[in-house]
Design a binder for this molecule. Sequence first.
Ligand code: ATP
Ligand code: MN
Length: 440
Amino acid sequence: MVVNQDLGSLRRTHYSADLGPDNDGVRTTVMGWILTVRIHGNITFATIRDRDGDISVVAKKGACPDTVRSILSSLKAHSSVAVSGTVKASTKAPAGFEIIPDELRVFSDVEAVPPFEPVARTVKNIDTRLEMRPIDLRRSVLLHTFRIRSRILQAIRAYFTTEGFTEINTPKIISSATEGGAALFSIFYYDKQAFLAQSPQLYKEQLTMSLEKVFEIAPIFRAESSRTPRHLSEAISIDLEEAFVDYNDVMNRIEGIVGASVDAARLYVENHLDAEIAVPEMPDCIPRHTYEELVGRLQKTDSKMEWGDDLYPSDLKRLKLDGFYFITDWPLGPKPFYVKETKGGDYGRSISESFDLMYGDLEISSGSTRITRRADLESNMRRKGMNVDSFGYHLRAFDYGMPPHAGCGIGLERLLMALTGLANIRDATFYPRDVDRLVP
Ligand code: ATP
Ligand code: MN
């Protein structure tokens, strides 16, 4: 076998998606990796996969150089190759064309037997796959999932740009908990203790004082000790914060953001039919249910839930809520210190200007109108047992004309789960971090 690692001046002329039966007779150089090789007597059929999809290569004795056919026949799945040749329209080939090769370059051969088949649509054991993540991502279902992820991010950035938001980046190494209580990762920062940020909450609020409309797409870190299919220790949060609006306006924004994401995912799937991913329909507007309403409905079932309890997936299943919907006006008690109380709530039943965006029983986003008065923030912090002094850097800003503002955080991996039907959040990120996993 001739392995020539050198790319030299050789360049790809077409991706798989650029070619079709209409290109009959065209000279081409394609690059990618070997998905399958089958030998039928004097004919060798190979499939090369690139970023976009699959290309059939047919090496028939007499129709191509013998060395090309014999080397192609000897290749194992995953070998990295370039093939130059002529496109031939063919009704037998899955994409309606094949390549008759006259040159083959093998950049790197395969040294070991992969632990799972590249064509497998599902591999039961996710740990086996994660040990070989770069190879796992060559499977078409994940390859397409991650390309959709990228399209969703592009669509969301485009939405924010059109709507006049400024993209920000805030520190991920911080000195004190954003919301108190919640599980933080502690790290060494020179000779001091520091933490990894669980959310950009306080910084993004401060930045509304000048920039008014801000967004950040960045990691959040959460020491989630439970092992669930929907929690990561490091996740990507799409955070937005906006001045001179309340939580209703933020829900309208979410409709725009989710709508743009659904459109981007659907467009991708329409152009990549082999992706076999079903993207949900986006309703014109996302239904909004108050917490109060859902509790009332639950209390008419055999649920034992009481006003003030969280709504668990089992409760939501009972109500047969599916697709995207909002749950609004949550009890104030469990909400973070910066969430605004609804005026005129019943005594003992304080509620908040807050919402969760749900997809079935999966929480995708939480948002709220925020408090603008420093004294209210401080009294909430005391009530929650937080150290007010350690937040001096934040509270100080509220002495200087903080505008009314509201915002939310949307979990990118959770959104991707909803849009592509993934069952495990570990497949919505390249290299998941969880209680048991710090590699690869
Ligand atoms: P949950 O109740 O599902 O644990 P949360 O209410 O603690 O989530 P928030 O603090 O409201 O989460 O964070 C806003 C959004 O960030 C969530 O709606 C979710 O989409 C995402 N998110 C939060 N924690 C995680 C995590 N550990 N892994 C993945 N996404 C997360
Ligand atoms: Mn939440």
